[in-house]
Design a protein around this ligand. Structure first.
Ligand SMILES: [Zn+2]
Length: 381
């Protein structure tokens, strides 16, 4: 076995917050970390060279989308996802479960798996735990996810069914996995119910996998509920394995998640917002299309060291937006991604220096100066 490939070394803890290093076949991921999302094997409007420049270490790709197009066999024929998209650092693939369950009317669940209709051409397909692992083995990411069922978080009966099925499916994923150079993470479910979350975390912990994930959050529950669930789960999940909070990645969610012991995050938010002209700043989100930026010579954020902020004014970026130039999305995406990556690097430094509480409080105080930040629960792929 080459399980040693996925050693997780905790360098420092500060309260529940942790700074660590997770080893993968494509390099070490320093945590806490934010993973940009490359749904279709590309982080929208940003090149791999630009991702390297802003310091991305881990990128996420979506199994559901790549299975439908171009197909995992083509990706395998092209040398796997790392070669196909020319990203030589670590990659994580999701299981396809979240997308399939998001199809609502176009899917049917049974004990063995899920039938669903393609959003592209309406064709019929079936995912099972074994199929999801097989696709992810063809894609070849460093970190792969168990096939899980994400229930509506407030429905207790459904949450119990989904949780039990997710556990049975995890055992099937473990049994069907063949490649030793991929780390399989199990996923905790259980909606907004502390007892279910605890039960699920205990089961995931019992599987002794190289890492754990927390699923089914940021899907309609309140921030208070989300924080409570993270706390319950992280008291049970193994402390010596990385913990991944799936699909969560607004600046304040990163800060609050790290505070409660989360190590890995991903979210489409920074690139999605960028395509809607919204940018993160230290004092909250701004809309660059606003007339107030028309002749503003300052960068998006005075304190930011990204390529967009070091070279371009708000006035220029607003001009690109109004002229519908593609460079607008690229520059704002680079900025928003850099903002989150820099934030996790600063958080890591604060943990190493045992001053995370003060760092987090200071960030949240300034961030909430702008009330519009609370409207950032955008979540889809
Ligand atoms: Zn910037």
């Amino acid at each position: 076995m080459t399980q040693y490939l996925f050693d997780y070394e905790i360098e420092k803890t500060d309260g529940m917050a942790r700074a660590g290093s997770f080893s993968t076949p494509h390099g070490v991921i320093q945590t806490p970390v934010f993973a940009p999302v490359g749904t279709q094997a590309t982080v929208k409007s940003v090149t791999p060279a630009q991702l390297l420049e802003i310091g991305a270490s881990l990128v996420l790709a979506n199994t559901y989308h790549l299975y439908l197009r171009p197909g995992q066999n083509l990706v395998a024929e092209m040398g796997g996802l790392h070669n196909f998209m020319n990203w030589k650092r670590p990659i994580l693939t999701d299981s396809g479960g979240f997308q399939v369950f998001s199809l609502a009317d176009n899917r049917k669940i049974d004990e063995d798996g899920v039938d669903f209709k393609s959003h592209i051409d309406g064709s019929l397909h079936r995912f099972t735990p074994e199929k999801s692992i097989q696709i992810q083995e063809s894609l070849g990411a460093d970190i792969i996810m168990a096939f899980d069922e994400c229930a509506e978080p407030h429905e207790r009966d459904y949450s119990i069914d989904a949780l039990n099925r997710t556990h049975r499916w995890l055992e099937r994923c473990v049994r069907s996995k063949q490649r030793p150079d991929q780390a399989l993470f199990g996923i905790v479910q259980g909606g907004i119910f502390p007892d279910l979350r605890k039960q699920s975390a205990e089961f995931i912990a019992s599987q002794d996998l190289p890492g754990s994930a927390i699923g089914g959050l940021s899907v309609g529950e309140s921030k208070t509920e989300m924080h409570a669930m993270i706390e319950v789960v992280n008291q049970v999940l193994p402390a010596d394995k990385p913990r991944y909070l799936m699909g969560v990645g607004s600046p304040e969610d990163l800060i609050n998640g790290i505070w409660r012991g989360v190590d890995i995050f991903d979210c489409v938010l920074p690139t999605r917002l960028a395509r809607h002209h919204a940018a993160f700043t230290r004092t909250g989100r701004i809309n660059l299309a606003n007339a107030a930026n028309a002749s503003d010579k300052s960068p998006i954020d005075e304190s930011c060291l990204c390529y967009a902020c070091q070279n371009f004014s708000r006035a220029y970026i607003r001009h690109l937006i109004l002229a519908k130039e593609m460079l607008a999305a690229t520059l704002v995406s680079i900025h928003n991604l850099y903002f989150l990556l820099a934030l996790t690097r600063q958080a890591r430094q604060a943990i190493l220096e045992t001053r995370y509480d003060a760092f987090a409080q200071d960030f949240l105080l300034r961030w909430h100066e702008n009330a519009s930040n609370d409207q950032n629960n955008i979540k889809d792929q």
